[in-house]
Design a protein around this ligand. Structure first.
Ligand SMILES: [Zn+2]
Length: 110
């Protein structure tokens, strides 16, 4: 029997990722492995008590370095333009606290 972990690892190999991307035009993707959101669940990072963003799938979030996360968030925030309402520093801080296991904002209704 193939474990979920192995499947998770296998589908993030380039030929598979390319296939998944081709079959999901228009979907944005995990910043680390490139899987479209049609096939991967993003790891939510809360930046207020009711709003969140995601830059990586759950698999990649677990394995990403702080530098990889910082870079992905920077690119996301830049893609939003200048009127997102919060500073880049705020998003980075929320992500680092989440990565450390202490999210700044916990949605009690989830
Ligand atoms: Zn990923």
């Amino acid at each position: 029997m193939i474990s979920k972990k192995l499947i998770d690892k296998l589908i993030r190999r380039k030929p598979f990722v390319t296939l998944f991307q081709a079959s999901a035009p228009g979907f944005s993707r995990c910043a680390k492995c490139g899987l479209p959101w049609k096939y991967a669940d993003g790891h939510d990072v809360n930046y207020t008590d009711s709003r969140s963003f995601f830059v990586m799938c759950r698999y990649c979030w677990e394995r990403a370095t702080n530098e990889e996360i910082d870079k992905a968030i920077q690119e996301l925030v830049e893609s939003w333009g200048t009127d997102s309402g919060y500073t880049l520093q705020h998003y980075l801080q929320c992500a680092m606290m989440d990565k450390a296991g202490n999210p700044l904002f916990v949605d009690e209704y989830k």
